[in-house]
Design a protein around this ligand. Structure first.
Ligand code: FES
Length: 356
Protein backbone atom coordinates (compact mmCIF):
# COMPACT_ATOMS: atom_id res chain seq x y z
CA UNK A 1 0.00 0.00 0.00
CA UNK A 2 2.67 2.50 0.99
CA UNK A 3 4.55 1.43 -2.18
CA UNK A 4 1.48 2.35 -4.27
CA UNK A 5 1.11 5.61 -2.37
CA UNK A 6 4.67 6.60 -3.06
CA UNK A 7 4.21 5.64 -6.71
CA UNK A 8 1.14 7.75 -7.22
CA UNK A 9 2.12 10.53 -4.85
CA UNK A 10 -0.78 9.95 -2.44
CA UNK A 11 -0.21 11.69 0.88
CA UNK A 12 -0.77 10.17 4.26
CA UNK A 13 -3.56 11.88 6.25
CA UNK A 14 -2.33 14.24 8.94
CA UNK A 15 -4.32 14.45 12.16
CA UNK A 16 -4.00 16.92 14.99
CA UNK A 17 -5.20 16.55 18.56
CA UNK A 18 -5.70 19.68 20.62
CA UNK A 19 -5.75 19.68 24.43
CA UNK A 20 -7.55 20.79 26.55
CA UNK A 21 -10.42 20.78 24.02
CA UNK A 22 -10.13 17.04 23.39
CA UNK A 23 -10.43 17.79 19.67
CA UNK A 24 -9.07 15.62 16.86
CA UNK A 25 -9.27 16.61 13.21
CA UNK A 26 -7.54 16.10 9.88
CA UNK A 27 -5.39 18.84 8.38
CA UNK A 28 -5.79 18.74 4.59
CA UNK A 29 -2.69 19.31 2.49
CA UNK A 30 -1.88 23.02 2.10
CA UNK A 31 -3.74 24.05 5.26
CA UNK A 32 -2.29 25.22 8.52
CA UNK A 33 -3.14 23.65 11.83
CA UNK A 34 -5.19 26.72 12.77
CA UNK A 35 -7.16 26.78 9.51
CA UNK A 36 -8.13 23.14 9.94
CA UNK A 37 -8.97 23.67 13.62
CA UNK A 38 -11.33 26.55 12.83
CA UNK A 39 -13.00 24.63 10.00
CA UNK A 40 -13.68 21.91 12.55
CA UNK A 41 -15.17 24.44 15.00
CA UNK A 42 -12.34 24.02 17.49
CA UNK A 43 -12.18 27.26 19.54
CA UNK A 44 -8.45 27.65 18.96
CA UNK A 45 -7.28 31.09 20.21
CA UNK A 46 -6.16 33.27 17.28
CA UNK A 47 -6.26 36.76 15.89
CA UNK A 48 -3.88 37.90 13.15
CA UNK A 49 -3.57 34.47 11.44
CA UNK A 50 -0.29 35.64 9.86
CA UNK A 51 2.20 34.80 12.58
CA UNK A 52 2.62 38.20 14.23
CA UNK A 53 0.40 38.22 17.30
CA UNK A 54 1.19 35.04 19.21
CA UNK A 55 -2.48 34.42 20.07
CA UNK A 56 -2.35 30.92 18.55
CA UNK A 57 0.73 29.94 20.58
CA UNK A 58 0.52 26.33 21.70
CA UNK A 59 2.87 23.68 22.96
CA UNK A 60 3.89 20.85 20.68
CA UNK A 61 3.52 17.62 22.66
CA UNK A 62 4.04 15.06 19.90
CA UNK A 63 4.81 15.04 16.19
CA UNK A 64 6.72 17.51 14.05
CA UNK A 65 5.59 20.60 12.16
CA UNK A 66 7.12 22.83 9.50
CA UNK A 67 6.78 26.61 9.86
CA UNK A 68 5.40 28.83 7.07
CA UNK A 69 7.24 31.78 8.63
CA UNK A 70 9.91 31.55 11.28
CA UNK A 71 8.26 31.24 14.72
CA UNK A 72 11.19 33.30 16.01
CA UNK A 73 9.66 36.51 14.62
CA UNK A 74 7.04 36.34 17.34
CA UNK A 75 8.10 33.78 19.93
CA UNK A 76 11.13 34.22 22.16
CA UNK A 77 14.12 31.86 21.96
CA UNK A 78 13.11 30.49 25.34
CA UNK A 79 9.59 29.70 24.13
CA UNK A 80 10.85 27.97 21.00
CA UNK A 81 13.34 25.97 23.06
CA UNK A 82 10.46 24.91 25.33
CA UNK A 83 8.53 23.56 22.33
CA UNK A 84 6.03 26.33 21.64
CA UNK A 85 4.78 26.87 18.09
CA UNK A 86 2.29 29.11 16.29
CA UNK A 87 -0.67 27.12 14.97
CA UNK A 88 -1.40 29.65 12.21
CA UNK A 89 2.06 29.03 10.75
CA UNK A 90 2.34 25.31 11.45
CA UNK A 91 1.95 22.56 8.86
CA UNK A 92 1.91 19.09 10.42
CA UNK A 93 4.52 16.70 9.08
CA UNK A 94 3.57 13.50 10.88
CA UNK A 95 0.40 11.38 10.81
CA UNK A 96 -0.43 12.56 14.35
CA UNK A 97 0.51 15.85 15.95
CA UNK A 98 -0.55 16.74 19.48
CA UNK A 99 -0.60 20.28 20.81
CA UNK A 100 -1.75 21.91 24.00
CA UNK A 101 -3.33 25.34 24.22
CA UNK A 102 -2.85 27.35 27.40
CA UNK A 103 -5.49 26.34 29.92
CA UNK A 104 -8.21 28.91 30.49
CA UNK A 105 -7.87 30.16 26.92
CA UNK A 106 -11.28 28.78 26.04
CA UNK A 107 -13.20 30.17 29.01
CA UNK A 108 -13.75 33.69 27.68
CA UNK A 109 -17.05 35.03 26.37
CA UNK A 110 -17.60 34.70 22.62
CA UNK A 111 -16.79 37.82 20.56
CA UNK A 112 -19.75 39.90 19.33
CA UNK A 113 -20.21 43.14 17.41
CA UNK A 114 -21.28 46.30 19.20
CA UNK A 115 -21.67 49.96 18.29
CA UNK A 116 -20.67 52.75 20.65
CA UNK A 117 -19.77 56.39 21.03
CA UNK A 118 -16.99 58.07 22.94
CA UNK A 119 -18.61 59.65 25.98
CA UNK A 120 -15.49 60.79 27.88
CA UNK A 121 -11.81 61.43 27.30
CA UNK A 122 -9.12 62.06 29.89
CA UNK A 123 -5.54 63.12 29.26
CA UNK A 124 -3.27 60.70 31.14
CA UNK A 125 0.10 61.92 29.84
CA UNK A 126 1.34 64.14 27.00
CA UNK A 127 0.73 61.25 24.58
CA UNK A 128 -1.74 58.87 26.25
CA UNK A 129 -5.47 59.45 26.36
CA UNK A 130 -8.08 57.47 28.24
CA UNK A 131 -11.30 57.13 26.30
CA UNK A 132 -14.62 55.78 27.54
CA UNK A 133 -17.04 54.35 25.00
CA UNK A 134 -20.69 53.74 25.73
CA UNK A 135 -21.97 50.68 23.88
CA UNK A 136 -25.42 49.84 22.55
CA UNK A 137 -25.54 46.97 25.08
CA UNK A 138 -23.26 45.54 27.78
CA UNK A 139 -20.20 43.55 26.73
CA UNK A 140 -18.83 40.63 28.72
CA UNK A 141 -15.10 40.05 28.71
CA UNK A 142 -12.34 38.59 30.87
CA UNK A 143 -9.74 40.80 32.54
CA UNK A 144 -6.76 41.17 30.19
CA UNK A 145 -8.72 40.85 26.92
CA UNK A 146 -9.04 43.42 24.15
CA UNK A 147 -11.48 44.72 21.52
CA UNK A 148 -11.13 45.78 17.89
CA UNK A 149 -12.22 49.38 17.26
CA UNK A 150 -13.16 50.67 13.80
CA UNK A 151 -14.99 53.57 12.16
CA UNK A 152 -15.50 54.37 8.48
CA UNK A 153 -12.38 56.54 8.04
CA UNK A 154 -9.90 53.76 8.80
CA UNK A 155 -9.29 50.68 6.71
CA UNK A 156 -8.26 48.28 9.44
CA UNK A 157 -9.48 47.92 12.97
CA UNK A 158 -7.30 49.12 15.85
CA UNK A 159 -7.02 46.85 18.83
CA UNK A 160 -6.94 47.99 22.43
CA UNK A 161 -7.10 46.26 25.77
CA UNK A 162 -9.95 46.91 28.17
CA UNK A 163 -8.58 49.11 30.97
CA UNK A 164 -11.36 48.34 33.46
CA UNK A 165 -12.13 45.21 35.40
CA UNK A 166 -15.02 43.28 33.83
CA UNK A 167 -18.45 43.13 35.35
CA UNK A 168 -20.30 39.84 35.74
CA UNK A 169 -23.37 41.28 33.99
CA UNK A 170 -21.28 42.96 31.30
CA UNK A 171 -20.16 46.60 30.96
CA UNK A 172 -21.96 49.19 28.89
CA UNK A 173 -19.13 51.69 29.35
CA UNK A 174 -15.65 50.50 28.47
CA UNK A 175 -12.33 52.36 28.68
CA UNK A 176 -9.05 52.14 26.80
CA UNK A 177 -5.64 53.83 27.18
CA UNK A 178 -4.54 55.06 23.78
CA UNK A 179 -1.08 56.27 22.91
CA UNK A 180 -0.77 58.92 20.21
CA UNK A 181 1.04 57.70 17.13
CA UNK A 182 2.44 60.38 14.82
CA UNK A 183 0.65 60.06 11.47
CA UNK A 184 -1.52 57.24 12.87
CA UNK A 185 -4.93 57.90 11.25
CA UNK A 186 -6.95 56.73 14.24
CA UNK A 187 -5.02 58.52 16.96
CA UNK A 188 -4.70 61.72 14.87
CA UNK A 189 -8.52 61.82 14.61
CA UNK A 190 -8.95 60.91 18.25
CA UNK A 191 -6.51 63.40 19.72
CA UNK A 192 -7.90 66.16 17.47
CA UNK A 193 -11.37 65.51 18.92
CA UNK A 194 -12.83 64.47 15.57
CA UNK A 195 -14.40 61.25 16.88
CA UNK A 196 -16.76 62.86 19.38
CA UNK A 197 -19.96 61.93 17.54
CA UNK A 198 -18.67 59.15 15.34
CA UNK A 199 -20.22 55.70 15.79
CA UNK A 200 -17.41 53.27 16.65
CA UNK A 201 -17.73 49.59 15.76
CA UNK A 202 -16.47 47.49 18.63
CA UNK A 203 -15.71 43.83 18.05
CA UNK A 204 -14.75 41.70 21.01
CA UNK A 205 -13.68 40.39 23.35
CA UNK A 206 -10.50 38.82 21.96
CA UNK A 207 -7.23 37.55 23.36
CA UNK A 208 -6.25 35.07 26.01
CA UNK A 209 -4.09 37.13 28.35
CA UNK A 210 -5.52 36.41 31.79
CA UNK A 211 -4.61 35.74 35.39
CA UNK A 212 -3.98 32.07 36.09
CA UNK A 213 -5.28 30.45 39.25
CA UNK A 214 -2.42 30.15 41.74
CA UNK A 215 -1.39 31.31 45.20
CA UNK A 216 2.27 31.76 44.18
CA UNK A 217 3.91 35.20 43.87
CA UNK A 218 3.13 37.08 40.67
CA UNK A 219 5.36 39.65 39.07
CA UNK A 220 3.76 42.07 36.65
CA UNK A 221 5.57 44.43 34.29
CA UNK A 222 3.84 47.15 32.27
CA UNK A 223 5.36 49.52 29.76
CA UNK A 224 3.60 52.50 28.10
CA UNK A 225 -0.05 51.89 27.30
CA UNK A 226 0.48 48.27 28.38
CA UNK A 227 -0.80 49.42 31.74
CA UNK A 228 -4.42 48.87 30.56
CA UNK A 229 -4.65 45.05 30.54
CA UNK A 230 -2.63 44.76 33.75
CA UNK A 231 -4.87 47.28 35.52
CA UNK A 232 -7.88 45.27 34.36
CA UNK A 233 -6.31 42.04 35.66
CA UNK A 234 -5.15 43.53 38.97
CA UNK A 235 -8.40 45.38 39.64
CA UNK A 236 -10.37 42.21 38.89
CA UNK A 237 -8.08 40.17 41.18
CA UNK A 238 -8.46 42.74 43.93
CA UNK A 239 -12.27 42.65 43.62
CA UNK A 240 -12.19 38.87 43.82
CA UNK A 241 -9.91 38.92 46.87
CA UNK A 242 -7.17 36.95 45.13
CA UNK A 243 -4.61 36.22 47.83
CA UNK A 244 -1.07 36.02 46.53
CA UNK A 245 2.00 38.28 46.79
CA UNK A 246 2.27 40.68 43.87
CA UNK A 247 5.04 42.93 42.59
CA UNK A 248 4.04 45.45 39.97
CA UNK A 249 6.78 47.16 37.97
CA UNK A 250 5.83 50.05 35.70
CA UNK A 251 8.43 51.13 33.16
CA UNK A 252 8.28 54.65 31.72
CA UNK A 253 10.72 57.07 30.12
CA UNK A 254 10.35 60.01 32.51
CA UNK A 255 8.14 61.18 35.37
CA UNK A 256 5.92 62.83 32.76
CA UNK A 257 5.18 59.38 31.30
CA UNK A 258 3.92 57.87 34.56
CA UNK A 259 0.15 57.70 34.90
CA UNK A 260 -2.58 55.72 36.62
CA UNK A 261 -0.70 56.03 39.92
CA UNK A 262 -3.81 56.70 41.97
CA UNK A 263 -5.54 53.65 40.51
CA UNK A 264 -2.45 51.51 41.19
CA UNK A 265 -2.33 52.84 44.73
CA UNK A 266 -5.98 51.87 45.25
CA UNK A 267 -5.22 48.32 44.15
CA UNK A 268 -2.09 48.21 46.33
CA UNK A 269 -3.98 49.44 49.43
CA UNK A 270 -6.73 46.87 49.04
CA UNK A 271 -4.72 43.86 47.85
CA UNK A 272 -5.36 40.76 49.96
CA UNK A 273 -1.63 39.97 50.33
CA UNK A 274 1.72 41.76 50.04
CA UNK A 275 1.80 44.21 47.14
CA UNK A 276 4.93 46.04 45.96
CA UNK A 277 4.74 48.81 43.36
CA UNK A 278 7.97 49.85 41.68
CA UNK A 279 8.00 52.51 38.96
CA UNK A 280 11.24 52.57 36.95
CA UNK A 281 12.31 55.43 34.69
CA UNK A 282 14.66 54.89 31.77
CA UNK A 283 15.21 58.46 30.51
CA UNK A 284 14.68 60.68 33.53
CA UNK A 285 17.20 63.58 33.58
CA UNK A 286 20.00 62.80 36.04
CA UNK A 287 19.53 66.07 37.93
CA UNK A 288 15.76 65.76 38.39
CA UNK A 289 13.90 65.35 41.69
CA UNK A 290 13.22 61.62 41.00
CA UNK A 291 14.42 59.48 43.89
CA UNK A 292 13.09 56.18 42.57
CA UNK A 293 14.56 53.45 40.38
CA UNK A 294 16.27 54.31 37.11
CA UNK A 295 17.13 52.05 34.20
CA UNK A 296 15.37 49.25 32.39
CA UNK A 297 12.31 48.03 34.19
CA UNK A 298 13.09 44.39 33.42
CA UNK A 299 16.30 44.64 35.47
CA UNK A 300 14.42 45.26 38.73
CA UNK A 301 12.60 41.98 39.12
CA UNK A 302 14.62 40.69 42.06
CA UNK A 303 14.60 44.14 43.75
CA UNK A 304 10.81 44.10 43.70
CA UNK A 305 10.47 40.65 45.17
CA UNK A 306 13.63 39.51 46.96
CA UNK A 307 14.00 36.07 48.45
CA UNK A 308 11.14 34.23 46.77
CA UNK A 309 11.22 30.83 45.11
CA UNK A 310 11.35 32.00 41.50
CA UNK A 311 10.68 28.55 40.13
CA UNK A 312 7.10 28.86 41.42
CA UNK A 313 6.42 32.51 40.56
CA UNK A 314 4.36 33.66 37.59
CA UNK A 315 5.15 36.56 35.27
CA UNK A 316 2.62 38.83 33.54
CA UNK A 317 3.83 41.46 31.07
CA UNK A 318 2.21 43.96 28.72
CA UNK A 319 4.17 46.44 26.68
CA UNK A 320 6.44 46.89 23.68
CA UNK A 321 8.04 43.77 22.12
CA UNK A 322 11.56 44.77 23.24
CA UNK A 323 10.43 45.04 26.85
CA UNK A 324 8.66 41.69 26.70
CA UNK A 325 11.69 39.93 25.20
CA UNK A 326 13.98 41.48 27.83
CA UNK A 327 11.47 40.52 30.53
CA UNK A 328 11.35 36.90 29.39
CA UNK A 329 15.16 36.80 29.42
CA UNK A 330 15.34 38.29 32.94
CA UNK A 331 12.60 36.09 34.32
CA UNK A 332 14.03 32.86 32.96
CA UNK A 333 17.49 33.93 34.15
CA UNK A 334 16.31 34.14 37.76
CA UNK A 335 14.78 30.69 37.47
CA UNK A 336 11.19 31.29 36.37
CA UNK A 337 9.56 28.62 34.26
CA UNK A 338 8.91 29.78 30.67
CA UNK A 339 5.47 28.22 30.91
CA UNK A 340 4.65 30.51 33.83
CA UNK A 341 5.39 33.70 31.87
CA UNK A 342 2.41 35.30 30.14
CA UNK A 343 2.45 38.44 28.04
CA UNK A 344 0.72 40.68 25.56
CA UNK A 345 2.99 42.48 23.09
CA UNK A 346 2.05 46.01 22.05
CA UNK A 347 3.27 47.94 19.04
CA UNK A 348 2.94 51.67 18.53
CA UNK A 349 -0.66 52.05 17.57
CA UNK A 350 -2.08 48.95 19.17
CA UNK A 351 -1.18 45.44 20.22
CA UNK A 352 1.06 43.48 17.95
CA UNK A 353 -1.44 40.73 18.60
CA UNK A 354 -4.10 42.98 17.38
CA UNK A 355 -2.87 43.83 13.94
CA UNK A 356 -5.19 42.24 11.40
S1 FES B 1 -3.00 34.03 15.08
FE1 FES B 1 -1.14 32.99 14.94
S2 FES B 1 0.33 34.48 15.44
FE2 FES B 1 -1.54 35.57 15.34
Amino acid sequence: MSFLKSLFGAKEAKFVEVAPFGARFEVPQGETMLEAALKNNVPFPHNCTVGTCGSCKCKLKAGRVSALTDFGYTLSQQEIAAGFILACQAIPKDPLTQVEVESGANDSPKPEQFVGKIVATETLTHDILKITIELDRPIKFSAGQYANLKYPNIRRARNYSFADAPDRDGRKQISFFIRKVPKGAFTEDLFAGRLADVPIDVDGPHGNFHLHASAEPMICIAGGSGLAPLMSVLEDARKNRVKRPCAFLFGARTQADLYGLEQINQVAQNWADKFVFLPVLSHEPADSSWKGARGLVTQFITDAMPGIDWSKAEGYMCGPPGMIDAGIASMTEVGMNIESIFYDKFTDESHISKMP
